[in-house]
Design a protein around this ligand. Structure first.
Ligand SMILES: Cc1cc2nc3c(=O)[nH]c(=O)nc-3n(C[C@H](O)[C@H](O)[C@H](O)COP(=O)(O)OP(=O)(O)OC[C@H]3O[C@@H](n4cnc5c(N)ncnc54)[C@H](O)[C@@H]3O)c2cc1C
Ligand code: FES
Length: 419
C-alpha cells in the first residue's frame, strides 16, 4: 500500500518520470522543481514500497485550491490512489484559509467524473470546446469542511540560534527540512528541552508557538520563533543550545484572513501575542495601510518591536510603566486611533491575553467593524485529540482551537466563558 505526504526535493525526478510515462511532455524535473518552490503550490505524493505510484499538483488561489494535475501509474489505476490524493489535499488546508477545491476535466472522461463524484466533487459548470481538440471541459468543486487540518511535519529540528533578548524574551531559530511553508497566524508545537538519546517525558506536553518568520516553503527552511521563558516548558526551551535538537510538530491551525492590497488594518499585539502578527504585518506593509499597536508591561517585555519598526507600518507602542511609547495598555491607543481614521473603520486583528482581545472585540463592535483574534489558550496535543482547547462559540457548542482556530471572528467567541 502507500502513504501520502508532501513532495520532497528528492521526489521530483521520479515524479517527472511518472508523468512522462502517463502524460508525456507535461512536467519535466525542472518544471516540477519550479512548481515545488512556489509558496502557493501543493504537490502531494503517494509513496509505496515500489516507489511513488501517484502525484497531485495544486495551487492555492485566494480561498480555493485549483487542481492542475493528478497522475497515477498505469498499473495502479482503479486502486484508489487518485481518490486518496484528493482526500489528502482536502486535509492539507482547511477553513478559513481554503474553502473549496476546484478542478476541470474532459466531458468525455467518465471514469474520472465517477472518481471525483465519489470523493465529494459536484459539477458546477461546463466550458464548451475548451480543449484544443474541441471537447468540452466540466468544472467540479468540493467544499472543504471545517475541522480538517494540514499535513504537519513531526520532526526533530536542529537549533541554529537561541538567544535572550531582554526581559523574559528569547529568539529561537531552528532549521526544518522539507518545510511545507506556513501562513500568518499558523503555529508549531515545540517540545520543551533538547532531544537526547533518552526520550523526554517531563514535561510531557509540547508548547504552541507562532511561526514568527520563515514562512516560505523550502527544502531547508530556518524558522524563527519569539517566546517568553515564563513557565517550566519555556524555561527548558531557553536552556537549549545551538546544535541540539528540539521536536517540532507543524505548521498547525488556520491563518489570518489576508489584509487586502490597498486596504487598511489595525494590528493589536500584547505580550506573546505580538509574535503571531509580524508576518501578517510584513506581507501587507507598503501595499496596504497597516497600523500596528504593540503593548507590554515595560520596554524590556516588548517582543520584536524593532522588527516591526523596520516595516513600512504606522507603529504605536504602549507600556504600562511608560518606559516606551504611551503609558497605558494597547486599548488606550486603539480607541483614539480609530477616532482619528477617516471613513469606515479598518478590520482589527488582535492577539494577546484574553482580556485584551475581549476589549478589542468590544471596541470593534462599538466602531461597527470586524475584529479577528488569534486565541492563545493552553493546548495539550495541538491536533484535535485531547479536547483540551475547546472554545465556547456564540452559535452554540465548542470549537477546537488547534483545528478550527487559533484565528476566529471575535463575534463568534463567547468571551465570558473563555478560560
Ligand atoms: C496558537 C498559539 C501561539 C502561541 N505563540 C506563542 C509565541 O509565539 N510565543 C510565546 O512566547 N508564546 C506563545 N503562545 C503561548 C505559549 O504557548 C505559552 O505561553 C506556553 O505554552 C507556556 O508554556 P510554559 O512552559 O512557559 O508554561 P507552563 O505553565 O509550564 O505550561 C503551560 C502548558 O501547560 C499545559 N497546560 C496547562 N493547562 C492546560 C489545560 N487546561 N489544558 C491543556 N494543557 C494545559 C499546556 O501544554 C500549556 O502549553 C502561543 C499560544 C498559542 C495557543
Ligand atoms: S490541543 Fe488537543 S484538541 Fe486541541
Amino acid at each position: 500500500m502507500w502513504t501520502i505526504d508532501r513532495a520532497r526535493e528528492g521526489d521530483l525526478a521520479p515524479l517527472a518520470r511518472l508523468h512522462e510515462a502517463v502524460r508525456p511532455g507535461r512536467w519535466s524535473t525542472d518544471a516540477l522543481r519550479a512548481e515545488w518552490l512556489r509558496s502557493d503550490a501543493i504537490i502531494l505524493v503517494a509513496r509505496g514500497a515500489a516507489g511513488a505510484p501517484g502525484v497531485l499538483i495544486a495551487r492555492r488561489v485566494l480561498d480555493e485550491l485549483h487542481v492542475h494535475d493528478v497522475a497515477v501509474a498505469t498499473e495502479l489505476r482503479r486502486r484508489g490512489v487518485g481518490g486518496e490524493l484528493l482526500d489528502a489535499l482536502a486535509a492539507v488546508a482547511g477553513p478559513p484559509e481554503v474553502r473549496r477545491i476546484l478542478l476541470e476535466l474532459r466531458a468525455g472522461h467518465a471514469a474520472a467524473l465517477g472518481l471525483y463524484a465519489g470523493h465529494g466533487f459536484v459539477v458546477v459548470g461546463r466550458r464548451p470546446r475548451y480543449y484544443p481538440d474541441g471537447e468540452d471541459a466540466i468544472l467540479m468543486t468540493r467544499t472543504i469542511e471545517s475541522g480538517q487540518s494540514g499535513l504537519p511535519l513531526r520532526v526533530d529540528v536542529p537549533v541554529v540560534e537561541n538567544r535572550a533578548e531582554g526581559g523574559a524574551n528569547h529568539r529561537l531559530v531552528v532549521r526544518v527540512p522539507d518545510w511545507p511553508g506556513a501562513e500568518p497566524g499558523q503555529f508549531v508545537m515545540l517540545s520543551a528541552g533538547a532531544r537526547t538519546d533518552v526520550e523526554r517525558t517531563d514535561p510531557l506536553l509540547p508548547r504552541p508557538m507562532a511561526v514568527y518568520r520563515g514562512h516560505a516553503k523550502a527544502a531547508a527552511a530556518e524558522i524563527e520563533i519569539l517566546y517568553k521563558a515564563s513557565g517550566r516548558g519555556t524555561r527548558l526551551l531557553a536552556e537549549t543550545l545551538p546544535g541540539q535538537q528540539l521536536r517540532m510538530l507543524g505548521p498547525l491551525g488556520g491563518a489570518f484572513p489576508p489584509i487586502p492590497r490597498a486596504g487598511a488594518a489595525i494590528l493589536v499585539g500584547g505580550g506573546t501575542g505580538i509574535a503571531s502578527l509580524y508576518e501578517l504585518a510584513s506581507r501587507a506593509a507598503g501595499a496596504a495601510v497597516v497600523h500596528v499597536v504593540l503593548g507590554a508591561r515595560g520596554e524590556s517585555d516588548l517582543m520584536g518591536v524593532e522588527d516591526f519598526a523596520s516595516l513600512d507600518v504606522d507603529l504605536h507602542v504602549a507600556t504600562e510603566d511608560g518606559s516606551r511609547g504611551q503609558r497605558g495598555v494597547v486599548t488606550d491607543v486603539l480607541g483614539p486611533l480609530l477616532d482619528r481614521i477617516a471613513g469606515p473603520a479598518p478590520t482589527i486583528y488582535a492577539c494577546g491575553p484574553t482580556p485584551m482581545m475581549h476589549a478589542c472585540a468590544r471596541i470593534a463592535k462599538a466602531a461597527d467593524t470586524r475584529c479577528v483574534v488569534s486565541l492563545e489558550n493552553n493546548m495539550a496535543c495541538g491536533f484535535g485529540v485531547c479536547l483540551g482547547c475547546a472554545v465556547p462559540m456564540t452559535a452554540g457548542g465548542y470549537s477546537l482551537l488547534c483545528r478550527a482556530g487559533p484565528v476566529y471572528d471575535a463575534g463568534d467567541v463567547v468571551w465570558e466563558r473563555l478560560s
